[in-house]
Ligand binder design. Structure first.
Ligand code: HEC
Ligand code: HEC
Length: 237
């Protein structure tokens, strides 16, 4: 990405995000509401946090659990995740403000993209097996054991895995594998991703994006699953 393409959205986003009491504030006719400030985020995450079809790397935020979204905003702020625009924007924001932003997106429910299949039956079968059963021989727990049987996530902080775009899913798994994305300790996704091969990541991504999202994709209730590994960030803020 060119420097200008990174810097423009950052300066626009920062101007909106910071409460309007500074000298470079927008005219007084613009109401200083959270929605108004989060217009900056719509550039890359869509008006309702639905993600960007025209750039599938820009993820959906809508409907993910509040605590998960808060954890990510804090992960960018505290450099456990690395994406310059997100790191800059979060750098000076307080926990209280991050929770407010997270809560806003958690409540939105724009439609999901339609399922897509571009993979061979063999690849889909491997993806399905790993998601549903894992691979005991390699000590790989199933994705469902933490992300829920319906893959709609688990309260308070495990996100659903359906209705995301393929480049985002595979890039995130790759980032954990290569130590570029970190979660709060203990980082269970790090351990999961170390076991996955690039072929596994391709197969899992292909199978996940071929699944329809259930009509009411709410995360499974807190405490309804016994996780196979310990994960950080799961206590409610
Ligand atoms: C210039 C584009 C851009 C802007 C503006 C932007 N984001 Fe992002 N955001 C991204 C990209 C790309 C990612 C994925 C980065 C990665 O992990 O590599 C991301 C990731 C995130 C995530 C993590 C999503 C997840 O499921 O883990 C959250 C939450 C988020 N952004 C919130 C915001 C908020 C709130 C704003 C406005 C204050 C904002 N973003 C503005 C591009 C942007
Ligand atoms: C031991 C529990 C556990 C298992 C097993 C697990 N996950 Fe996760 N996963 C998590 C947690 C916790 C997070 C949130 C991490 C964070 O806060 O960044 C997460 C986040 C993710 C994300 C990020 C989603 C986003 O919107 O950015 C992806 C993708 C993901 N997991 C895929 C998988 C896949 C694929 C598998 C199966 C191969 C799997 N996970 C197995 C606990 C688990």
């Amino acid at each position: 990405m060119s420097r200008l393409r990174i810097l423009l959205p950052i300066s626009f986003a920062l101007a909106l995000l910071v409460p309007l009491r500074t000298s470079w504030a927008a005219p007084a006719t613009v109401p200083d509401t959270l929605e108004q400030r989060l217009l900056a985020c719509s550039l890359c995450h869509g008006d309702k946090g639905e993600g960007l079809k025209k750039n599938e790397y820009h993820p959906r935020l809508a409907g993910k659990p509040t605590q998960y979204l808060y954890n990510q905003l804090a992960n960018f702020r505290d450099k456990r995740r690395d994406y310059p625009v997100m790191n800059y924007m979060m750098a000076f924001l307080s926990d209280t403000y991050l929770i407010e932003i997270a809560d806003h997106y958690a409540k939105l429910a724009p439609p999901f993209p339609a399922p897509s299949t571009r993979a061979s039956p063999a690849e889909l079968a491997l993806g399905e097996k790993l998601v549903k059963e894992g691979d005991a021989g390699r000590k790989l727990p199933s994705c469902m054991s933490c992300h829920g049987k319906a893959l709609t996530g688990l309260e308070p902080a495990i996100p659903g895995l359906l209705g995301l775009y393929p480049p985002y899913i595979s890039a995130q798994l790759g980032a954990w594998k290569d130590n570029r994305r970190h979660a709060m300790q203990p980082d269970c996704m790090h351990d999961v991703a170390q076991i996955l091969t690039p072929a596994d990541i391709g197969a899992i991504t292909a199978w996940l994006v071929a699944q329809p999202v259930p009509a009411n994709p709410v995360p499974a209730p807190l405490g309804s699953l016994k996780l196979p590994l310990e994960c950080g960030g799961l206590t409610k803020k």
